[in-house]
Ligand binder design. Structure first.
Ligand code: HEC
Ligand code: HEC
Ligand code: HEC
Ligand code: HEC
Length: 460
């Protein structure tokens, strides 16, 4: 963003859902830590100079009071056209930003629930906010939802409803910018990816005298959409013939007519491409915040302090050595040390795997006490008799034997009488941790399995 600012006029907008994760908090510790992180994020927005932002459902899970005081403390420019608390609108519905001689009208809505407040109909609130903006050169709406939900909330509720008067809708959690923009009932929808791993850029090119907008790359979308519509249309007769239920038959026939209509519209649109020289142009692109984008020094310092705050609040030193033994004898888990005596070979092999260092990896990046991180880097997290928060991982540290074989205290005490619940785990027991998201899709069943099996396959 610093580079972009040097290159030309830049407004910084935030679509929402950025202060807290969309998954529910797993414990009190988790909620407390989420507030620490939200503070970090809010401080960073403020320091970087943010021009307007929206708040969404996950943000509000931090608690209405907590969010409102955060906004106040950091003077965050929140817009919330449809939020009412105690009969008042705590945040303005919109604002007009000036940039490079253009007036950019920005409208924000929130999505709830927001404890103690009312969240009104987003579409209606936006329609009113558009009226309230006065003359502007472009209208941008910030919607804290994924793009499908945003389209449902904003695009026409009925086929022939009037366009909203919003030129661009930015969704707070949705499609990556690489997915481009597409148009629904007069508004162009764009996103900047999620999980804080991207910065999306929305380039606006103004053509004097024009008030229509066109999204670059939209033709490819139309072509793809037309292809899939034709496929679906072709399958309809078959589906109708196969259906016995007259109600379903009727609905399918209606659907077929809708497809027909949309196909005709798209064909017409593609036959008559718009004259781009007379239209304002929208183009999206993004920058991945990968390792090649160095951390800004001030931001890195804030992150360091937040990590320290989490560690200090815990009163623990996660780098201190703890044996892999579960002290609580009422737990069904025994800990890997309890297996060594009888399974020396398996233990020796396991010790060479990444699983035996999984907790250390978190210690190294100072996240071992982080509720968002610990669960896959320890054994039995969230399960009966396992650790329920990152303060109580003690003997459960690392991905130990029982993470794959199931709790085995009974077996360890009397192996002749009790077998383990999962004697030979399959790939399904891996994917709760190798979940395709946190591991960035690196898991590959065969090659991964071959790295963790305890014995080399017998050679013929
Ligand atoms: C006192 C010795 C002893 C201890 C301690 C012990 N095991 Fe075993 N384990 C055995 C024996 C003996 C077998 C073979 C049982 C059989 O074939 O019926 C076995 C078999 C297994 C198997 C193969 C599948 C099965 O259930 O037959 C797994 C997996 C296993 N143990 C895991 C563990 C784990 C995990 C621990 C530690 C929590 C552990 N064992 C502790 C003696 C022990
Ligand atoms: C409790 C969560 C958990 C389970 C269950 C789990 N893993 Fe892992 N696995 C991890 C974590 C965390 C790491 C990263 C460890 C590190 O480097 O800190 C990892 C790392 C690995 C690695 C090393 C990857 C690399 O290239 O560095 C392999 C291979 C692997 N796991 C295979 C498996 C397989 C196969 C299974 C299922 C039989 C499985 N894991 C089950 C959490 C889990
Ligand atoms: C859903 C389970 C899960 C959660 C939650 C999780 N991890 Fe991991 N983590 C993994 C797995 C699986 C791997 C191994 C990925 C691989 O190499 O295939 C891993 C690997 C790692 C590694 C070592 C390899 C690397 O990429 O450098 C680090 C460090 C790490 N995780 C840190 C974290 C942090 C920090 C958090 C919290 C923000 C976290 N993890 C939360 C599953 C998880
Ligand atoms: C990442 C998952 C995973 C972890 C962690 C793990 N195992 Fe296993 N274990 C397997 C799988 C998969 C098999 C079946 C394939 C095989 O034979 O290696 C297995 C098989 C076994 C067997 C059956 C005999 C054998 O050696 O094949 C024993 C005993 C066993 N494990 C003990 C242990 C002990 C003890 C630990 C901890 C020191 C451990 N396992 C950790 C996945 C795991």
């Amino acid at each position: 963003m610093e580079k972009a600012r040097e290159a030309g006029p830049l407004l910084s907008l935030e679509g929402g859902l950025s202060l807290a994760p969309t998954t529910p908090a797993t414990s009190e510790v988790d909620l407390e830590q989420r507030r620490v992180k939200a503070e970090l994020i809010a401080a960073s927005f403020a320091a970087d100079g943010i021009d307007a932002m929206a708040l969404g459902a996950s943000d509000w899970t931090l608690g209405t009071e907590a969010v409102r005081s955060l906004v106040e403390k950091h003077q965050l420019p929140v817009l919330a056209a449809n939020l009412t608390c105690d009969g008042q609108h705590p945040y303005p519905p919109s604002k007009v930003l000036e940039s490079a001689g253009h007036k950019v009208g920005v409208i924000g809505v929130t999505m709830g629930p927001v404890e103690g407040c009312d969240v009104g109909d987003a579409r209606q609130a936006v329609a009113e906010a558009v009226q309230g903006l006065g003359p502007v050169d472009v209208v941008v709406a910030l919607v804290p939802a994924d793009s499908e939900r945003a389209v449902r909330a904003f695009a026409a509720p009925t086929h022939d409803a009037a366009p909203l008067g919003v030129d661009v809708v930015i969704d707070g959690r949705g499609r990556p910018a690489s997915a481009g923009v597409d148009e629904h009932n007069g508004s162009w929808y764009a996103g900047a990816g999620n999980r804080g791993k991207w910065v999306g850029f929305l380039d606006l090119r103004f053509v004097p005298g024009s008030d229509t907008w066109f999204g670059k790359g939209a033709e490819q979308h139309s072509v793809a959409r037309l292809d899939s519509l034709r496929d679906r249309y072709d399958g309809m007769d078959d589906r109708i013939a196969r259906t016995a239920d007259p109600n379903i038959k009727r609905r399918l026939e209606e659907q077929k007519i809708k497809y027909e209509e949309e196909i005709r519209n798209l064909e017409r649109e593609l036959e008559h491409p718009p004259d781009l020289s007379t239209m304002n142009l929208i183009e999206v692109h993004s920058i991945e915040l990968g390792a090649d984008v160095p951390d800004q020094a001030a931001a890195a310092e804030r992150v360091k302090l937040a990590k320290q705050a989490v560690i200090q609040a815990s009163g623990q030193d996660p780098s201190r050595f703890v044996p892999r033994l579960v002290d609580d004898t009422s737990s069904p888990y025994a800990g890997g040390e309890a297996c060594v005596g009888c399974h020396r070979e398996e233990h020796a092999q396991w010790s060479t795997t990444a699983h035996a260092r999984a907790f250390q990896s978190l210690v190294t990046v100072q996240r071992a006490l982080d509720a968002q991180c610990y669960s896959c880097h320890v054994t039995g997290a969230g399960l009966g008799g396992g650790p329920q928060d990152p303060m109580s991982t003690a003997g459960f540290r690392d991905v130990q034997c029982e993470a794959c074989h199931g709790a085995a205290r009974g077996h360890a005490a009397d192996p002749a009488a009790v077998r383990t619940t999962k004697p030979s785990p399959n790939a399904a027991s891996c994917t709760k941790c190798h979940d395709g998201e946190q591991d960035q899709g690196r898991f590959e069943p065969d090659s991964y399995m071959s790295q963790i099996v305890h014995r080399a396959p017998a050679t013929p």
